[in-house]
Write a protein that binds this ligand. Structure first.
Ligand code: PLP
Length: 366
């Protein structure tokens, strides 16, 4: 008898584990991390603070000080409810627990953030992924509105800007989706530091819209901290699915410390935005690849047919790790995703790319 087959739920067995590539020794442009570390003085001050942490005690269960700082830095409306997660991934899971259940549906767009589908699968929610328009990855409104009508989703996730395509959906389209949705619409603003667009100030304008943020892409991926802001009544219920003390003592202290030095991170993200424009221009000038405009800290690139994998492997052999998206979705044929790094990292990437491209164009097509 196979105990695994008998007891592990079939939907869990069917999932492929979330794959993280080994980046040892490589220039890491695969995971949308902020490439900059902290200035030395800041590290010293932080180390002193951590030395005083009482890890024998449970953390503040509501992380009150940190929540207040987040509300101020992220301009969360005063009347909104806020809950914190161990990364926004944990918040997606809380939402699935709070609004899931037999026969309920989570709807999102494809290609989109893979955790929506994964969490739907292991929480027993039906998952519906509506394809974006192939030409520019904008929302296919007709199909989306039909799908909302047909599936009546309890949860509808839109990443704004979208990952892995990098574009922002039209705000007017998003508004129509919120209006047409019977359930809760979650605007996932993981890439907020890299765009001026946001729904944060519009919390309360709709009775079924909440906004999710994370500190990961801003520069604190290692701390794991995300938040959900929305109408107080929604947040209070969703918060019941949060495990006690989910934000540990060290994360509370460190994130709070980082937020009190927010200008350091604002300077870093401003530099990344500048580097993004520069990298986009350079990629546009290289024959044989097409970059897509991005409002996030990464750029999606389409290569010539059949070249994504060899280019990914070639880059890796020359010390640069990016993300190969070819094969993950039909609309991402021949696509690679490059996280914007430091100027030096981006230059190294472009140099290797240019070196690889002549070889690519002379290779027989398969
Ligand atoms: C990276 C990312 C997240 C997850 O962020 P964590 O807070 O690190 O869990 C959520 N949504 C989108 C769209 C992302 O790209």
């Amino acid at each position: 008898m196979n105990l695994i087959e008998q007891w592990i739920r079939p939907e869990v067995r069917a999932i492929n584990a979330y794959h993280v590539a080994d980046a040892s020794g490589l220039i890491k442009l695969d995971a949308m991390e902020n490439p900059y570390t902290w200035p030395e003085e800041l590290r010293e001050e932080w180390a002193r603070l951590i030395r005083g942490a009482d890890v024998n005690r449970y953390p503040d269960p509501h992380a009150r000080q940190l929540t207040q700082q987040l509300s101020s830095v992220m301009q969360i409306p005063a009347n909104a409810g806020v809950l914190l997660g161990n990364g926004s991934d944990e918040i997606i899971q809380m939402l699935a627990l709070a609004l899931g259940g037999e026969g309920r549906t989570l709807l999102s767009v494809e290609p989109g953030f893979v955790m929506y589908r994964m969490i739907a699968a292991f929480s027993g929610l039906n998952y519906v992924g509506v394809e974006l328009n192939a030409a520019d990855f904008s929302l296919d409104m007709e199909t989306l509105l039909e799908a909302i009508d047909e599936h009546q989703p309890a949860l509808l996730f839109l990443a704004y800007p979208n990952n892995p395509t990098g574009n922002l959906f039209a705000a007017s389209d998003v508004e129509r989706i919120i209006a047409a949705s019977p359930g809760l619409v979650i605007i996932d603003e993981a890439y907020a530091p890299f765009t001026d667009a946001s729904f944060m100030l519009r919390i309360g304008e709709f009775d079924n819209m909440v906004v999710m943020r994370t500190l990961s892409k801003m520069g604190l991926a290692g701390l794991r901290l995300g938040l959900l802001a929305g109408p107080e009544e929604w947040v209070r219920e969703i918060d019941k699915t949060r495990l006690p003390y989910n934000i540990n003592v060290l994360t509370q202290l460190s994130a709070s410390f980082a937020l009190s030095h927010i200008s350091v991170f604002e300077e870093q993200t401003a530099k990344i935005r500048e580097a993004r424009s520069q990298l986009f221009k350079e990629l546009q000038e290289i024959a044989g690849i097409t970059p897509f405009q991005s409002e996030a800290n990464f750029i999606l690139v389409r290569t010539a047919e059949g070249e994504a994998r060899p280019m990914f492997e070639g880059l890796k052999q020359h010390g640069v790790l990016i993300k190969n998206l070819h094969g993950s979705h039909p609309l991402l044929r021949d696509c690679l995703r490059i996280t914007v790094g430091t100027e030096a990292e981006n230059r190294a990437f472009v140099e290797v790319l240019k070196m690889l491209l002549p070889a690519a164009s002379s290779r027989p097509k398969t």
